[in-house]
Write a protein that binds this ligand. Structure first.
Ligand code: CMC
Length: 441
């Protein structure tokens, strides 16, 4: 911690000192926790644009220079040399595993892949056309009903088993949601396969014939999961921390994170990008869509562009763009036109003054959908795939939050703009107030 402090004087002359805290790297933070006590005011920062909500050892982002580190390791190095399971170990336990530790961890995850058989009956209760994200969040939320033997958050072994279950069972739940949507039988996991091979098997195999796993497809998924594994205090991770801070069971906290991820401004963007590219359809329409995105009176945004933190480039998008080339070349399948359209749209936007001035670059979601589509994963499953990768980050953050001795329930304050105190009016004396016209009742 740094010894520096900001001196803040209120208009009435009251004074406080706000300590400055320094992390390992990145901007310092000003600790305002005594501000209300000393000056009687709160800070105001809708969307947490300039607010650090916690301290964390897990992930570091330098948005100006496009740097992303997991436990200190650059994501480019992990993408080139590691595997998702190794990265999961790194995020959960803080260090890269030895060969023996990795083998043991991999083995544990392979042996937690089955769902309690009773949970499978849940899937039949959903409408056949339910969005898989709705199914994923509902089924993960219900895990606490099946695995309540290990919900004691103060017990390190319980926390560990929770982490293993989330990591191992999410692909099984995701694949079951997909099979439901296409009316095919659920495929049980195969523990002889690695994480991504097993996922492909559960998604695409059928009991009636053999299914050959494409190693390029497994490699591409593994890379995407590494890139999605964590991203510090993003919306869904902050949701997991916030829900978990009340002491709610961790499966509920993860279910809350899944719901937050679904939004199009967050993980739902990968699905939205594909829909947008389909809508654009042809390179000759790009300028029309770029103009729409720039029009302040039009809510349309270029999906897959812009990021709250990255203001030069998203390092994950760079890696994924390269993987797109490899996947499309190796699979020899579909979608080169869609990729070409995406490349052209990127070029037009990058040269456009509006996007330059606002530092809007392609983000992780811009190209990931093209890979998923080339792997024949349907659009509605894109955000589910994001959730599978991010589940390990959510779990690592939940674990960090729950053992933090300074941890408190998350409880932000507000700037109240509603009616001042007033007395109850009997119903016969009430008049329709003008304000009501602005409310959809
Ligand atoms: N297209 C057109 N204009 C944009 C875009 C875009 N994609 N993104 C931001 N802007 C404009 C925005 O209108 C605003 O303009 P002005 O200053 O004139 O009001 C300015 O850029 C700043 O935008 P903001 O919404 O205040 O920035 P933010 O940090 O709150 O939002 C964002 C970040 C990612 C939500 C936003 O860029 C966006 O909606 N992008 C499209 C959705 C998307 O791709 N989301 C995935 C994010 S990466 C993966 C993840 O987090 O899950």
């Amino acid at each position: 911690m740094s010894q520096d402090a900001f001196r803040l004087v209120s208009p009435s002359g009251d004074e406080t000192r706000l300590p400055v805290r320094s992390g390992t790297t990145g901007p310092d933070v000003v600790d305002i926790s005594d501000l209300y006590r000393d000056l009687g005011v709160f800070t105001y920062d809708p969307g947490f644009v300039a607010t650090g909500s916690c301290s964390s050892d897990i992930t570091f982002i330098d948005g100006e220079n496009g740097v992303l580190l997991y436990r200190g390791y650059p994501v480019e190095q992990l993408a080139a040399h590691s595997s998702f399971i190794e990265v999961a170990y790194l995020l959960l336990y803080g260090e890269l595993p030895t060969a023996a530790a990795l083998e043991e961890f991999d083995n544990i995850i392979r042996r937690h892949t089955m769902l309690n058989e009773g949970m499978l009956r849940f899937f039949n209760g959903f409408r056949y056309d339910a969005h898989p994200m709705a199914v994923l969040s509902a089924v993960v939320g219900s895990m606490s009903a099946y695995y309540h033997d290990t919900l004691d958050a103060s017990d390190p072994e319980h926390r560990d088993i929770f982490a293993h279950r989330i990591l191992a069972k999410l692909p099984t739940i995701a694949a079951a949601a997909y099979k439901l949507s296409i009316g095919q039988p659920f495929m049980y996991p195969r523990n002889d396969l690695n994480y991504c091979e097993n996922l492909l098997h559960m998604l695409f195999a059928v009991p009636a014939e053999d299914y050959e796993i494409d190693p390029i497809a497994a490699e591409a998924l593994d890379l995407l999961f590494i890139l999605h594994a964590d991203h510090e205090q993003n919306c869904s991770t902050s949701t997991v921390r916030m829900a978990g801070s009340s002491g709610a069971n961790p499966y509920s906290a993860i279910a809350a994170g899944i719901s937050a991820l679904w939004g199009p401004a967050h993980g739902g963007a990968n699905e939205a990008v594909l829909k947008m590219l389909e809508e654009i359809g042809d390179a000759k329409n790009i300028s029309k869509f770029v103009a729409k995105a720039k029009d302040r009176d039009d809510p349309f945004r270029l999906m897959g562009f812009g990021h709250r933190v990255y203001k030069s480039f998203d390092p994950r998008a760079k890696i994924i763009r390269e993987m797109c080339h490899k996947v499309l070349a190796n699979l020899g399948r579909v979608d080169t036109p869609m990729f070409d359209l995406a490349l052209e749209l990127e070029q037009v936007a990058l040269k456009d003054d509006y996007f330059i001035e606002k530092n809007l670059y392609p983000n992780v979601d811009f190209y990931s959908g093209i890979i998923y589509r080339a792997l024949q994963i349907p659009t509605t499953m894109f955000t589910v795939m994001f959730a599978l990768g991010r589940s390990v980050g959510w779990t690592a953050h939940w674990q960090e939050m729950i053992i933090d001795p300074t941890g408190k329930i998350s409880r932000p304050r507000q700037l109240y703009t509603g009616a001042p105190q007033r007395d109850y009016v009997p119903i016969e004396e009430r008049k329709l107030r003008e304000r009501r016209a602005n409310h959809s009742l």
